[in-house]
Design a protein around this ligand. Structure first.
Ligand SMILES: C[S@@+](CC[C@H](N)C(=O)[O-])C[C@H]1O[C@@H](n2cnc3c(N)ncnc32)[C@H](O)[C@@H]1O
Length: 347
């Protein structure tokens, strides 16, 4: 299980007598936010100049085993040094240079970049940017999340594993799911990709950066609209021939207009945690496949409780068959955690 650095209090410049400091409060918790990192780790806090991306100052501090939060303080700085600056605070593991999404290289703790703050004393917006490096890509995949505990507006472990897996498929190093390998091979005809329950949109946006010739439609409930739009805008400079858009799609609503067109691939990451919503999810998948019988569906899931098994029964009853593989994510105490990838097609 991967851990994520989150801001409990977002960073700000703070004046103390004739000096200024950067202060923030962080925690390191799971995607569900239900568990804190129990290992001791050394972290680096960097004041990064927003305009130039240059590191202005840095400090190392320790996350103590058993902590639920840790205060971050950087300084003192002269008042004149901070009053002309817009800054970003980056917190990362001290011994990890970048967060690489490659099996075996993913860090146990995912770094956090704050939203810009300063030059005045206002705190940064309650947002976190994750910069995730996909092997072979020059620029990291930058995804914004909210700092709070919303289910939809942050990244989940299955999404990280799905990006790792899709990168392997697109680069040709993963061939166990031959239909998916063929579909995502470079140079294939334009694809229409729909992500259900996209949250921040990380998986669909990753596909758009990996496969240059596709139209990606991210869907979810209206509550993700702001964060996903921010991520689409952030990504828009990286992929020129790919269109990424957001549309509301509630699995419980009558057939959405989206279903009426031919779709090649549906992405579903970490959407099977609530057994009550599974019949509606499977019903939407069934409606898509009626329009697009060749459609492939990639489901990334982390098993959280036994009730999720009903998803497999529902898919089988709806006439889908699948192949599956597992992707390893790091866990505490040098353990590994498995995320399952299922590629479904209508039998
Ligand atoms: C655990 S989050 C996963 C988010 C993202 N796919 C990821 O892996 O990072 C589950 C997502 O399913 C969405 N969801 C839950 N019920 C839904 C419904 N009835 N219709 C559409 N989306 C739904 C939530 O809004 C949320 O974004």
């Amino acid at each position: 299980m991967v851990y994520y650095i989150r801001f409990l209090k977002t960073p700000r410049f703070q004046k103390q007598k004739q000096s200024a400091y950067i202060s923030a409060l962080i925690c390191i918790s799971t995607d569900l936010g239900d568990d804190f990192l129990a290992e001791e780790v050394d972290l680096t806090a960097s004041w990064v100049q927003h305009s130039s991306h240059k590191v202005r100052a840095q400090t190392t501090f320790r996350w103590q085993a058993g902590s639920r939060q840790s205060a971050v303080s950087l300084g003192p700085f002269s008042l004149s040094a901070v009053t002309a600056q817009t800054a970003v605070l980056k917190i990362q593991l001290a011994d990890v240079e970048r967060d690489t999404l490659e099996e075996g290289s993913i860090p146990l703790v995912i770094s956090a970049n704050s939203a810009p703050f300063g030059p005045q004393w206002e705190p940064a917006e309650p947002l976190i940017r994750r910069d995730l490096c996909i092997p072979g890509h020059l620029r990291p995949l930058s995804i914004w999340e909210e700092t709070g505990n919303s289910i939809a507006r942050h990244i989940w472990d299955a999404a990280l594993a799905a990006v790792v897996f899709l990168d392997r498929v697109v680069s040709g190093s993963e061939t166990t799911m031959s239909g998916l390998t063929k579909l995502l091979a470079p140079g294939t005809a334009s694809l229409r990709v729909v992500e259900l329950g996209a949250g921040c949109g990380i998986v669909g946006i990753a596909v758009a950066t990996m496969h240059k010739n596709c139209e990606v439609i991210l869907t979810d409930l209206p509550e993700v609209s702001d964060i996903v739009s921010r991520n689409i805008k952030e990504a828009s400079s990286q992929h020129t021939s790919t269109s990424v858009t957001f549309q509301t799609l509630d699995w419980d609503e009558p057939t959405p207009a989206l279903v009426g067109e031919t779709t090649d691939l549906i992405l579903v990451s970490d959407c099977t945690y609530n057994a009550d919503s599974l019949p509606a999810l499977v019903s939407v998948l069934g409606r898509f496949v009626q329009e697009s019988p060749e459609l492939l569906i990639l489901v990334a899931l982390k098993r959280r409780h036994e009730s999720e098994a009903v998803f497999f029964d529902l898919m089988r009853t709806a006439g889908f068959h699948s192949s599956h593989v597992a992707v390893n994510l790091p866990a505490q105490w040098d353990q590994m955690d498995q995320i399952e990838m299922y590629c479904y097609q209508k039998a």
